[in-house]
Design a binder for this molecule. Structure first.
Ligand SMILES: [Zn+2]
Length: 238
C-alpha cells in the first residue's frame, strides 16, 4: 500500500469537516491510481480543482501518484472561457435547485431546469451543450463527462445565486427583464394592443411596455414583480 500527503487549499476545504480543513491529509492507495481518482475518492469533484502540484511541480489529472509524494490541490479561481455578453454563460441546473434556476433566469441567464431530470441527462446536457452544471450532488460532478460545473454550497437560494455570480464573475452580465422565468425563453417586445385582453385593469392603466415569451406566451411588464426583482438586485448584488 502506498501513502501520499494531500493538502487542499481555499474553497476546497468546504468539502471537509472542520477537523480536516487546511491540514495535510494522509491518503493510502494501491499503486497506479490517477491523481483525479484519489482527489475524488477524498470527496472533491474535479470540476472544483484549478491546479494540482506534486512535489511542487504541476501535473494533470491523469498523473499516477507514487508513494510518499506530496500533493497540493488548489481551487479553480474564476472560470475561464465564460463569455462576457448576456447569453454566453449557459447553465443546466439540478432538480433540487429550482429557486436558483428561477433567480438565474430573472437576472437574464440561460438556465435549463426540469424537476424530473435524471443524473445521466444532466451530465449529457452539460457535455453536449457546453453548459455549466450546477448541483449539490458532488458525485454528479465527479463524472468524467462533466467538464465544468459547480458544487453549490449553500441551502439558501439567495446565497446560492450569490455564490454562482461570484464563482463565474457574472455581475456585469446581469440583464433583468430578458428571459422567461417560467420556461427560459427569450422575451420579445409585444404591443400593448396585442395583449390587452390578458391584462388586469390596473396594469392596462399604468403600463405601456410589454414583453412576451414566444415559447409559453407568458406576458411580462415592469410592474410589482419587476420592482421586487430590482430590489433584490440592489439589495443583494451591489
Ligand atoms: Zn416562457
Amino acid at each position: 500500500m502506498n501513502q501520499a500527503t494531500f493538502h487542499f487549499y481555499g474553497a476546497l476545504n468546504d468539502f471537509f469537516p472542520d477537523s480536516q480543513k487546511d491540514a495535510p491529509l494522509s491518503c493510502s492507495f494501491n499503486s497506479d491510481q490517477s491523481v483525479k481518482h484519489l482527489i475524488e475518492a477524498m470527496g472533491v469533484p474535479h470540476t472544483e480543482v484549478g491546479c494540482v502540484l506534486v512535489n511542487d511541480s504541476p501535473v494533470d489529472f491523469s498523473y499516477r501518484v507514487n508513494d510518499s509524494e506530496r500533493v497540493e490541490i488548489y481551487p479553480l479561481a474564476g472560470e475561464e472561457g465564460v463569455g462576457e455578453s448576456p447569453g454566453t454563460t449557459r447553465f443546466v441546473v439540478d432538480n433540487h435547485l429550482g429557486r436558483l434556476a428561477y433567480f438565474l433566469r430573472m437576472l437574464g441567464f440561460d438556465a435549463l431546469y426540469r424537476n424530473d431530470y435524471q443524473d445521466d441527462e444532466l451530465a449529457q446536457t452539460a457535455e453536449q451543450e457546453g453548459r455549466l452544471l450546477l448541483t449539490r450532488d458532488r458525485r454528479l460532478l465527479m463524472r468524467n463527462q462533466v467538464q465544468r460545473g459547480y458544487w453549490v454550497r449553500s441551502l439558501s437560494p439567495r446565497q446560492q445565486i450569490l455564490e454562482v455570480l461570484r464563482r463565474y464573475n457574472l455581475k456585469a452580465q446581469i440583464t433583468p427583464f430578458r428571459r422567461c422565468i417560467r420556461c427560459n425563453g427569450i422575451l420579445q417586445p409585444v404591443s400593448k394592443e396585442a395583449v390587452l385582453d390578458r391584462l388586469e385593469p390596473l396594469t392596462r392603466l399604468y403600463f405601456d411596455d410589454f414583453r412576451i415569451c414566444p415559447d409559453c406566451q407568458q406576458v411580462y411588464w415592469k410592474g410589482s414583480h419587476y420592482e421586487r426583482m430590482r430590489q433584490f438586485i440592489d439589495q443583494w448584488l451591489t
